[in-house]
Write a protein that binds this ligand. Structure first.
Ligand code: HOZ
Length: 432
């Protein structure tokens, strides 16, 4: 079972060539293994809970292409639906009934969404929603939380999570001060800080945007009362509440975090799962707000490939698969088994650790915790995480290459996969 002598010669060759072709050899920084050491493995194919690299090594995967693969990679029904759709063409740039179908599914599932606009990525969805927040309220300032990541648009690159946190970058060069001067930040789970910002900026704050369960600073759930408190504060100060559910949407419950916690925001952004592995994002919410989007209203936002028929098809089939009874119970069961097991093994092998899970999303920090916000998360022993990551990889388990990313399971993961992962984790943690 345990193989610590994997050969990755081809991966290394390909990645070495890639360095001369693409910045850092990658198409997105989080893939580059910068904070965990070593080199990324180069993928050849994916199926179910597994990935194979170009050298033929197989790994149990807990990244799931950063979230979309909740049905497991390349689910046969998604692939079959895509084959059929492919025959009809790859892009229409015009209305298709597939958009209606996915829109209805999203509207039925997500409590806050009465109308939806499809885009091509979570970044795009968050950019658009920010414009809409400002247009609807006629206010310019927003509140975001330290360690939350809402894509790479200028206005959000302030104390951001994900790759920004992983690489330890301060705010990015190239982002003009004018783009971020209206972005206010508060620590996650700190209602008093949010209230203070509202007081200091009366009638100027368009809204609050957050990952209701943080996944981009590692896995950080909301404290009891935090989401309720934000809902009350935004009502009190006439601002909008926006849930960025790019990660949590259709993952921690079919209706996302808003269903799970019973808090209805005004607007929601989605991505990842709703594209079933193809590039999709979406934003939606109250009909009166969404009606401001062009061409229904004056707020401009557009896209050549938006509502792409292949992406819609993969999304529709993925959501259909998620509707099967017992799906979320199963996801919760196996993810709890994984998360509890990792914490127990860390304790038994003498490592300070904390973490948890909600449905198919989990995290493990190498700090005693508790972790309520990004400052707490930064107390983690990231060097140890790097060694843990490398040890797991060498033994056939692929984890997100950063302490500041959540992990993801799928319903393709079996109890045997989880047990195997825990056996590997015991061996690695015992050796650290
Ligand atoms: N949003 C993904 C998880 N943090 C990362 C995707 C990327 O930046 O490549």
């Amino acid at each position: 079972m345990v193989n610590t002598t994997i050969k990755t010669t081809k991966s290394q060759e390909i990645f070495a060539s890639a360095q001369n072709l693409m910045p850092g050899g990658v198409s997105s920084p989080v893939r580059a293994f910068k904070s965990v050491g070593g080199q990324p493995i180069v993928f050849d194919r994916v199926k179910g809970a597994y990935i194979w690299d170009v050298d033929g090594n197989q790994y149990i995967d807990y990244v799931g292409t950063w979230g979309p693969a909740i049905c497991g990679h390349a689910h046969p029904e998604v692939i079959a639906a895509l084959h059929e759709a492919l025959e009809k063409g790859t892009s229409f740039g015009a209305p298709s009934v597939l958009e209606n179908v996915l829109a209805e599914m999203v509207i039925d599932a997500v409590p806050s969404i009465e109308m939806v606009r499809f885009v091509n990525s979570g970044t795009e969805a968050c950019m658009a929603v920010l414009r809409l927040m400002r247009a609807f309220t006629n206010r310019e300032k927003i509140i975001k939380f330290e360690g939350c990541y809402h894509g790479h648009a200028d206005m959000f690159l302030v104390k951001a999570g994900s790759g920004v946190a992983t690489l330890g970058l301060p705010d990015s060069p190239g982002v003009p001060k004018s783009a971020t001067s209206n972005t206010l930040t508060a620590p996650f789970n700190d209602l008093e800080a949010v209230k203070a910002l509202f007081e200091e900026n009366r009638d100027q704050i368009a809204g609050v945007i957050l990952e209701p369960v943080v996944g981009n600073a590692g896995f950080i759930p909301p404290d009891a009362g935090f989401l309720e408190g934000l809902r009350e504060l935004t009502h009190e100060y006439g601002a909008l509440l926006v849930f960025d559910e790019v990660m949590t949407g259709f993952r921690i419950a079919y209706g996302g975090a808003q269903e799970k916690f019973g808090i209805t925001p005004d607007l929601t952004t989605l991505g990842k799962v709703i594209g079933g592995g193809l590039p999709v994002g979406a934003y939606g919410g109250r009909r009166d707000i969404m009606s401001m989007i062009a061409p229904a209203g004056p707020v401009y936002q557009a896209g050549t490939l938006s509502g792409n028929p292949l992406a819609m098809t993969a999304g529709i089939k993925t959501l259909e698969l998620l509707q099967k009874p017992g799906t979320y119970e199963y996801l919760d069961k196996i993810t709890q088994q994984l998360s509890d097991g990792l914490l127990q093994i860390a304790q038994e092998t003498g490592h300070a650790a904390c973490g948890g899970h909600i449905s198919a999303m989990f995290g493990l920090f190498f700090t005693a915790g508790p972790v309520h916000n990004y400052e707490d998360a930064k107390k983690s022993d990231t060097a140890k995480f790097g060694r843990f990551h490398r040890g797991m990889l060498e033994r056939g388990v692929y984890l997100a290459p950063s302490q500041f990313e959540a992990g993801f399971t799928s319903f393709a993961h079996t109890e045997e996969d989880i047990n195997q992962t825990l056996a590997v984790a015991r061996e690695v943690l015992s050796s650290l």
